[in-house]
Design a protein. Structure first.
Length: 317
């Protein structure tokens, strides 16, 4: 299994040698490698068993570093970066040719993000290259929010997991692209759309599609446990499946069910966000055949939670 530790020097050494290291961010753990070295980037795809048509996000310490890798910032992109970086928002910006094709899957934009975690900030400010990092899970599975999550699935494939504790936000970054100066949401995530709108005004959303080739994180089925999962009215689902061993993940209510996880007794959407992926993993490991769950209030981070629940429950094609 991988070594779990908080030794930045070890992480730096491995990354400089072209190896991969799992890194903490405020959203989820990332599987990081030198974004400027195609062999390191190729190793990321192999380790995750991720199709190479699915581009990677490039992580930098700050705006100054981001300028090295992008041609230009639309005005509203700059406003968003100044307002929310470091933080859970990824901007899709015209890339410079310094970024290898493999990182962007040949697209002419690159996803750039400045993560808000002290250890990873330290790492990025020392390195003289940016880090390509997808979520540190096998393709299609639930993203990891603790070092143990990473170790359980990728531990035999990577040497080191930088331990930054449990992720504070717990949902992947919100991805924003631009049509001219018009922001377009490509993935809902850890920064709410309301906050983005407060800063730059109206945004478009471009999310759905079951086979959208430019943003496979938006595949209809993604972020999914191995067990079958259904979303609906928990009470009705329990009575319709009374002969099945069922696990319940509820938002706030206590269903007095033997296998049950309540995301937030106080109805707090932040708490529900950072507990969601752990809850899905825990339930996936319980002795149940079906996970039943429900949508949460559809505002703020609730929109991103509902997006992940819906994709987790979608039929795999
Ligand atoms: O919070 C996060 O964003 C985490 C942490 C580790 O930073 N990373 C993450 O990466 O969620 P990943 O690879 O699991 O999801 C990135 C998503 C993918 O769905 C990919 O298709 C999309 O970002 N993406 C990346 N670059 C893109 C681009 N140039 N155009 C469109 N979509 C892009
Ligand atoms: Mg992912």
């Amino acid at each position: 299994m991988a070594v779990i530790g908080s030794d930045i020097q070890e992480a730096i050494k491995l990354l400089r040698a072209g190896d991969l290291v799992a890194i903490p961010t405020e959203t989820v753990y990332g599987l990081a490698g030198n974004a400027l070295r195609p062999e390191a980037v190729a190793r990321i795809f192999e380790t995750k068993e991720r199709p190479t048509f699915d581009p990677l996000i490039v992580h930098v310490a700050n705006l100054e570093q981001a300028y090295r890798y992008v041609e230009s910032f639309p005005v509203k992109a700059l406003e968003l970066a100044k307002h929310f970086w470091p933080g859970p928002i990824t901007l899709l910006l015209p890339r410079r040719s310094l970024i290898p094709d493999l990182v962007t899957s040949g697209l002419d934009t690159v996803g750039i993000r400045c993560p808000d975690h002290p250890l990873t900030q330290q790492l990025l400010s020392v390195l003289d290259f940016p880090l390509a990092a997808p979520s540190a899970n096998p393709f299609g599975y639930i993203s990891p929010t603790t070092p143990d999550h990473v170790n359980q699935q990728l531990g035999t494939k990577i040497p080191y997991i930088l331990d930054g504790g449990p992720c504070r936000v717990g949902l992947e970054s919100t991805i924003v692209g631009f049509e001219g100066d018009q922001p377009v949401i490509h993935r809902m995530g850890g920064l709410s759309i309301e906050k983005i709108v407060e800063t730059v005004g109206m945004v478009k959303t471009y999310l759905h599609s079951s086979s959208n080739p430019v943003a496979p994180g938006q595949l209809k089925s993604h972020y999914a446990p191995r067990k079958k999962i259904v979303v609906g009215d928990i009470k009705e689902l329990l009575s319709a499946n009374s002969s099945t061993r069922t696990g319940v993940i509820s938002f706030q209510r206590d269903y007095s069910h033997p296998y049950q996880i309540i995301l937030t007794k106080d109805g707090n959407l932040n708490e529900a966000s950072y507990r969601l992926f752990s809850a899905l993993r825990d339930m996936d490991q319980q002795d149940v055949d079906l996970i039943v769950t429900e949508l949460v209030p559809d505002h703020g981070l609730g929109k991103a939670i509902n997006d992940r629940l819906t994709r987790a429950a979608a039929q795999r094609d």
